[in-house]
Design a protein around this ligand. Structure first.
Ligand code: ADP
Ligand code: MG
Length: 696
């Protein structure tokens, strides 16, 4: 590999300086080694020939075999295109070129048999293919079996660098794969029965068959994930050694009094288990960094409160941070009333806390008389100094990155324990990577007596029926949310649709008061409207997704989501979580325009088929890929995975994690000679993210 890594791509046979530069700029391929690591993103079966007569919607790129009947140009100047009429005997289609018209016209002859490879598309009942790959049917070099299709850019295509050209370049390198030294220790390879790197690279580009391809991909994915896990775990270990934590050795007065006298209901089994996990963590003397996943309504707040009381019992202060003012206020109200009887001093700090109040809070924090601080980002400002902060709860973690958490650690000479809570459940394997520096606890049980929310997908034409059903719920004394999409709170048109919606709803339900909130309102106005709804005075709340997180009105039994097709699955799930909080049956209606793409419908149907947040999250990942979540990953453990997918390769992530743990147990610094290759590959992979490991 070393030699390939030192060979500039332009020196490869058939590349040269010009194409070399293009490959570098467009695909980040600098060296021959980079080219070998540029994997096909899918494969097509070149042994199969399709019939044009059998074409149907949404076919992938495929092969047809036949002859050109005629060529003709259409349009002029820059708009000129060349159209070849091509038939395979079952039906004719058009082959279209926008570029290199003259050259193409000269190279293909009517009457000669060709094999075309491209993606068919249909317009007005006619099939066509744009810029297909073309081979003479009689060509000796014709690919058979599986052929990789390489990711390309538009610029490369325009410069006539095709998937086929990449393949040809790669082929020039394949004979050298045999000499590539394997960075993975032989023991690991033989234990997991992995292919050698050289074999895997050859097979991933030119697989003999599907079985070989799968084995090659497994090997390459495993390797990539192993480096990722090693990097994460090494960081965690370094941190836990460098940063001591509070040892909470006792359960005392606050916790016990609350538990015995104030607990409004029996904890669920899952809540108890999680509290035990946390107790064990905070008793070790190491700083805890734990992610608490629990579906909406699973009762995370109570767990948070019990943990904070544990901190107070051990002579420290606690703090809870929420992403929005509404949520922070709500937490403050809930927690204050839960803990009213046990004499804990709790205060709320947000951006709109008046200066005078703020000063009081600052001094009470500093002298230790304030026990629990609840608030928004305002609590991590530098001016906020605690006497002795021992425990921090962060609600809805996805808005707080590693760096922000690190700021919290510095609030004290001893780093406080940190519990991040999320209602966006993500599969464990993904959690262990994206939030790889966190231990994970899961509340996988809802409090007893909840009825699953009945979810349905409805189209515009049944709007009146939906309104009648909502009317029936209102008549029974229940309340309804009606949510409009607001992609950006600044978009005037969106706001307009919300305002119109509000007027419309008032007309449709004239006998009920309708409250109205969106993110651009002044906090006071917003609170007033929210309170109208929370108190039951307003029976309908027309809103944007500002109500997505946390709002708790158990009497609400209907969630109507307008333009549901514009929401992501996890957002829909969050919204749905606003209802079903009481003992009665609740409903969630996804209203969508009738004409939606198949994928969109499938997405919405996930919602109607399950209320389990983890199932929703898995489905979301599979359909959409881990997008946002990998965005979170960017905040630190940033790497572009070339072949593995956090969304679908969960089992391999687990394998890699286990293997990484074993390696680090045996050699925490990866300095033994047997790990030279691993160290080297990791250095290459993580070069950019060095500063990250120094955040703490
Ligand atoms: P989330 O996990 O979404 O933050 P909350 O903490 O807001 O959930 O709890 C949702 C609702 O369930 C609240 O009204 C809370 O009082 C109630 N709750 C929490 N734990 C239990 C329990 N063990 N038994 C019954 N109700 C519970
Ligand atoms: Mg909550």
């Amino acid at each position: 590999m070393e030699r390939l890594r030192n060979t500039d791509i332009k020196y490869l046979k058939g590349v040269g300086p010009k194409r070399g530069e293009l490959l570098t700029k467009q695909l980040g391929i600098h060296t021959c080694a980079d080219l070998l690591r540029h994997y096909p993103d899918h494969y097509v079966d070149r042994s199969k020939i399709y019939r044009i007569a059998d074409f149907c919607d949404e076919m992938p790129a495929l092969q047809v075999k036949g002859r050109f009947v005629s060529f003709a140009t259409q349009g002029e100047g820059a708009k000129m295109r060349l159209i070849g009429l091509f038939t395979d005997g079952t039906k004719a289609m058009e082959v279209v070129w926008f570029k290199r018209i003259k050259a193409i016209r000269d190279s293909y002859l009517p009457g000669t048999e060709y094999i075309l490879f491209g993606k068919p598309s249909e317009f007005n009942g006619r099939w066509s293919m744009v810029h297909p790959e073309i081979d003479r049917a009689a060509s000796p070099n014709l690919a058979t079996g599986l052929r990789g299709v390489y990711p390309l850019t538009e610029t490369l295509r325009n410069r006539n660098i095709t998937s086929r050209s990449i393949y040809n370049m790669v082929c020039a390198l394949l004979p050298r794969c045999a000499d590539i030294a394997d960075p993975l220790p032989a023991e690991i390879r033989s234990q997991l029965r992995l292919m050698s790197l050289g074999d895997a690279l050859r097979a991933v580009h030119a697989p003999a068959n599907n079985d070989e391809l799968q084995r090659a991909r497994l090997r390459l994915k495993f390797e990539e994930l192993l480096y990722l896990q090693l990097n994460i775990l090494r960081y965690c270990r370094e941190r836990s050694e460098a940063i001591p934590g509070f040892r909470f050795s006792r359960i005392g007065e606050y916790f016990n009094r609350f538990y015995n006298e104030c607990l409004p209901f029996e904890l669920t089994g899952a809540q108890k288990r999680v509290i035990k996990e946390i107790r064990r963590d905070v008793g070790t003397g190491k700083q805890m960094n734990r992610l608490l996943q629990g579906d909406v309504g699973s009762g995370k707040t109570l767990v948070a409160l019990l943990c904070m009381l544990m901190a107070l019992d051990n002579g420290t202060q606690a703090c809870l941070m929420a992403p929005t003012e509404i949520l922070a206020t709500q937490h403050f109200d809930t927690i204050s009333s839960l803990a009213a009887k046990i004499g804990v001093n709790i205060k709320l700090l947000t951006g709109s806390t008046p200066k005078k109040e703020r000063d009081l809070i600052h001094s009470a924090l500093a002298d230790g008389s304030l026990h629990i601080l609840i608030g928004t980002h305002a609590v991590i400002e530098d001016s906020v100094q605690f006497r002795n902060l021992g425990f921090v709860v962060i609600d809805e973690q996805h808005r707080f990155g590693v760096a922000q958490r690190a700021r919290l650690w510095k609030k004290n000479s001893v780093a406080p324990h940190i519990l991040v809570m999320t209602a966006t459940p993500i599969p464990r394997t993904l959690a262990m990577t994206v939030y790889g520096d966190l231990d994970v606890s899961v509340i996988d049980e809802l409090p007893p007596g909840r009825k699953p929310v009945h979810t349905m997908l409805r189209y515009e034409e049944s709007r009146m029926q939906v309104y009648r059903a909502i009317g029936a719920q209102l008549k029974q004394g229940r309340q309804a949310y009606i949510v409009y999409p607001l992609i950006s709170e600044n978009e005037k048109t969106d706001l307009k649709s919300l305002e119109e919606g509000y007027e419309h709803i008032r007309e449709m339900f004239p006998s009920y008061r309708v409250a109205y909130v969106h993110g651009r309102m002044k906090p006071a106005e917003k609170d007033a409207q929210m309170n109208l709804f929370a108190s039951g005075e307003a029976r309908i709340l027309v809103a944007t997704t500002v109500i997505e997180v946390g709002v708790n009105v158990p009497n609400a039994s209907v969630m109507l989501i307008e333009n549901a097709e514009r929401f992501g699955l996890s957002q829909l799930h969050q919204l749905r979580g606003r209802v079903g909080r009481g003992a009665d049956q609740s409903y969630c209606v996804l209203m969508s325009k009738a004409k939606i793409a198949k994928d969109t419908r499938r997405r919405l149907e996930v919602m109607t088929s399950t209320t389990d947040g983890f199932v929703v999250a898995e489905a979301d990942l599979k359909m959409r890929g881990p997008g946002d979540l990998e965005g979170t990953l960017q905040s630190g453990m940033a790497v572009d995975l070339r072949i593995a997918s956090l969304a679908t390769d969960g089992q391999i992530v687990q394998l890699a994690r286990d293997c990484a743990t074993k390696i680090l147990d045996y050699d925490p610094t990866l300095s033994s000679p047997g790990l030279y290759g691993v160290r080297k590959e990791m250095a290459l992979m993580f070069d950019k993210s060095h500063d990250w490991s120094r955040i703490s």
